[in-house]
Design a protein around this ligand. Structure first.
Ligand SMILES: *[C@@H]1O[C@H](CO)[C@@H](O)[C@H](O)[C@H]1NC(C)=O
Ligand SMILES: *[C@@H]1O[C@H](CO)[C@@H](O)[C@H](O)[C@H]1NC(C)=O
Ligand SMILES: *[C@@H]1O[C@H](CO)[C@@H](O)[C@H](O)[C@H]1NC(C)=O
Ligand SMILES: *[C@@H]1O[C@H](CO)[C@@H](O)[C@H](O)[C@H]1NC(C)=O
Ligand SMILES: *[C@@H]1O[C@H](CO)[C@@H](O)[C@H](O)[C@H]1NC(C)=O
Ligand SMILES: *[C@@H]1O[C@H](CO)[C@@H](O)[C@H](O)[C@H]1NC(C)=O
Ligand SMILES: *[C@@H]1O[C@H](CO)[C@@H](O)[C@H](O)[C@H]1NC(C)=O
Ligand SMILES: *[C@@H]1O[C@H](CO)[C@@H](O)[C@H](O)[C@H]1NC(C)=O
Length: 425
């Protein structure tokens, strides 16, 4: 299981708190399901004692216009989230959260919208640009479709954008790259297609989830420019290799999930320099060659999935003795030897899967014929050249026919808070 752990969420939230503690306290409370409506109302009334006569400041009024325009293009709301989106009291609307404006604490503004799991259908209208005080937009698990309005670039305070599990289409939504405060970008489980833009990796995003879309083309070679701690690309059709520039992520990267993205070539030694890595998942690709010895340096590594590739050679003991390793999956490859303690991972309390390799002493291995075919044609990683982005992506998979595999489609498992928790069944 590859998962974005709760500790990374916790540190992320802590970061968010420190940044915006005073202003967005109420939103964070709401995220944790302890929204104190009384407090919120109190604050509101305190700020606007004559609510009855002058209910809206100009910023709330713009939010009102935006929310009403949005409501008009919400064509289905089976859980009745928007039934109380009437009148000027936008801070009372379900899913809408107000807070003091960071630049003017005396003003109440709409700082968050959280409509996770509302199952609403419709689209995001141009008027979204009027929500310029928004710091948080969570629309996880709805049926919003179409493309993102370009006016979204007006949301200069937007910090968290979760559009996951909707029906957005088109090429990568470039408008998100203009959001200068954005740290958390989650567009997984939509129908975005085409290449990822290289500019995605020179933004200071902390977490990027683009998994389960229809993205194509190799991962841009400037991946190393990123400063993210979590990168999840899984279940797209990227192709290409793990870029060596990944080494530049050493000081930040903790979770790298590249499952089922048509990767080829060998794993670069550079992966082993990502000393903060806790999750490394490259399952269901076409990776060849040996496990780089450098992986033995990943002292924080907990989850290592190399399963369903075409890797060969020895499973090095250096990996099996990693102090934090909890799950080591290397089934469905062509490994022919397990060094030392790797032969008995049970004794180390490590969950492992070594099935369908070429391990002579182990049960449930490949046939001799299948193994010979690959082992007779050793891979030279130095000679395998990795296609650069934009070029023809050739898979360096050799000629062995691998039986087709079927694993269940991954489904998003998101808490109502749309925490970046994610797992593959
Ligand atoms: C171990 O990792 C594999 C591959 O990611 C996963 O399929 C399996 O469920 C995990 N097992 C446990 C017990 O976490
Ligand atoms: C939606 O909520 C309103 C107000 O509580 C109620 O009158 C209406 O019947 C609800 N509709 C559905 C479909 O639940
Ligand atoms: C907001 O809703 C509460 C009840 O939930 C109500 O007492 C209050 O009057 C509403 N505020 C406004 C301005 O409508
Ligand atoms: C962008 O936000 C400003 C206020 O910050 C507002 O005046 C303007 O109308 C917004 N632009 C769009 C296109 O919504
Ligand atoms: C970001 O990347 C784009 C495309 O690679 C480049 O044009 C731009 O100059 C880069 N910006 C920074 C700040 O590195
Ligand atoms: C891999 O991703 C493709 C979409 O790119 C999907 O159709 C397929 O089911 C996925 N395979 C696995 C094993 O998850
Ligand atoms: C693996 O180690 C355990 C405990 O250290 C031991 O009981 C078991 O016999 C070993 N299994 C093999 C196959 O060596
Ligand atoms: C891709 O490869 C094909 C055949 O090998 C060739 O005709 C085509 O020009 C190549 N395309 C690019 C962009 O290199």
């Amino acid at each position: 299981m590859a998962s974005v752990s709760s500790s990374s969420l916790a540190s992320f939230l802590l970061f968010l708190c420190l940044l915006y503690f005073s202003s967005f306290f109420n939103i964070l409370d709401a995220k944790h399901g302890v929204a104190n409506r009384h407090n919120r109302q109190h604050q509101h009334q305190h700020t606007h004692p004559h609510t009855h006569y002058h209910p809206l400041n100009p910023r709330l009024y713009r939010a009102f216009l935006a929310l009403q325009a949005w409501k008009r293009v919400i064509y289905s709301d089976p859980k009745n989230f928007t039934h109380n989106w009437v009148g000027h009291s936008v801070c009372n609307y379900t899913g809408v959260y107000c807070a003091p404006a960071p630049d003017d604490p005396k003003l109440t503004v709409v700082a968050g919208i959280d409509l996770n799991f509302a199952d609403m259908a419709g689209f995001l209208p141009e008027e979204f640009g009027l929500l310029s005080d928004l710091a948080l937009l969570h629309l996880n698990s709805n049926r919003f479709c179409g493309i993102l309005p370009t006016t979204l670039s007006n949301l200069t305070l937007l910090y968290e954008l979760d559009l996951s599990n909707n029906r957005f289409v088109g090429t990568f939504p470039m408008v998100v790259l203009s959001l200068c405060s954005l740290k958390y970008l989650d567009i997984r489980f939509n129908e975005f297609e085409g290449p990822l833009p290289p500019q995605l990796f020179n933004k200071s995003f902390d977490a990027v989830f683009v998994n389960n879309n229809w993205f194509t083309s190799a991962i841009p070679s400037n991946l190393g420019q990123s400063s993210a701690s979590v990168l999840v690309f899984a279940n797209n059709k990227f192709g290409g290799c793990v870029p060596e520039s990944i080494v530049n992520l050493a000081d930040t990267l903790e979770e790298l999930v590249l499952i089922n993205i048509s990767l080829s070539g060998c794993l670069p030694q550079e992966v082993g320099f990502l000393y903060k890595l806790r999750v490394f998942d490259v399952g269901f690709n076409n990776i060849v060659g040996p496990i780089p010895y450098s992986l033995a340096g990943l002292s924080h590594l907990e989850q290592l999935n190399l399963g369903h590739n075409m890797m060969s050679g020895m499973v090095p003991a250096g990996i099996c003795v990693l102090p934090n390793l909890k799950n080591f999956t290397f089934s469905y490859n062509f490994f022919c030897e397990e060094e030392g303690i790797c032969q008995n991972l049970t004794s180390k309390g490590i969950v492992f899967d070594d099935r369908r390799n070429c391990l002579p002493e182990k049960p449930l291995q490949r046939s001799q014929k299948e193994c010979n075919h690959v082992l007779d044609h050793p891979v030279d990683c130095l000679e395998l050249c990795c296609p650069a982005i934009g070029s023809n992506v050739t898979t360096a998979t050799g000629s062995v026919a691998i039986p087709p595999v079927s694993i269940p489609a991954a489904m998003p498992i998101s808490s109502p808070l749309s925490a970046p928790s994610y797992s593959y069944p």
